[in-house]
Write a protein that binds this ligand. Sequence first.
Ligand code: PMP
Length: 374
Amino acid sequence: TQPENDRFFKYSDLSVNLAEPHMLQQKPNVHDLVFGKFFTDHMFKVYYHESLGGWQQPVITPLENLVFHPAAKVLHYAVEAFEGMKAYRGVDGKIRLFRPELNMERMNMSARRMGLPTFNSNELIKCFSRLISIDQEWVPHSESSSLYIRPTIIGIDPTLGVATSNSAMLFVILCPVGSYFHGSNAQKGISLLADPRYTRAWPGGCGNSKVGSNYAPTIHVQNTAVEMGLQQVLWLYGDDHQVTEVGTMNVFMFFINENGDKELVTPSLNGLILPGITRNSILSLANEMNQFKVTERTITMSEICQLLSENRLLEMFGAGTACVISPISNIDYLGQMLHIPTTEQSKPVHQLFLKTLLNIQYGYIPDHPWTWEI
Ligand code: PMP
């Protein structure tokens, strides 16, 4: 469905302007990595100008500040879309991406929803793979860390109309990040706030797009959860309090169904759910394992309460690029604290998924079709 290929920027046109040695930043200690605080020495960028024929020449430059007209659409109407993915340094020293083509497909979908131009997925992957190889010493030499990749596209027309962006900029920045799951909090489950007064997505909206306008309104709610001593928000929707996502993760439930069989369930992609790459991967792995039923359907809070009262709820967990799998232990719902026995199972499935995904990402399973070597 993409227009003619020659409208897109190409890797073969990429120009590289390396930082002078004196401009190179000191690399942080792996133990000091705070999410999104340290950036590598270079960035990728490419402009789009309809009046100049569309995409311009892609470039890699030293990391630098951006300059826009104060009317730039991104600053007023949040005309932007972004992605979050990682590069991993494997046990064999090779650097790998994990299913990057799915992130690019999602970014093109998000861009289209924002009236932003689309691009060729493969060409962008090749461009930022070059960026990663230039800044490869920033990919932590540690299996509990990785290099976070943040591709972003913004509308920059200097006009206040709420309209299609005729000028845009796509850039990619990189930051080394620590892990959420190693260390003291290793296997501790998280506690969630499930308050039906808040919602993050609705039918006909853009909850299934990765756009900045979905995230700013969650900050206040997240702060409310933290003030209550909880870690994340369990996002509900509708009069029946449907469970949609947890924080910035997709949600899974593992339980014993009415036939007495084990079943893994996650909400279906009904427009309210971000189509997570981790979610997609867990569903594939679960289907491949073929040890329990796997379904995509609506989950409601009343179903969770019912399953708990019958001791049929085994595990609940969040899944996303940032922490891969995050076990859920408690849900604060309508003044009641529901306890989920996720971390008390003898052979929890969430641990199995975590281990398999890490084994693929860190090269323990070499040449896995989901990896893309840099
Ligand atoms: N839901 C939301 C709202 C998110 O922001 C993310 C992170 N991209 C996810 C789910 C998980 O998606 P992924 O597995 O692709 O990181």
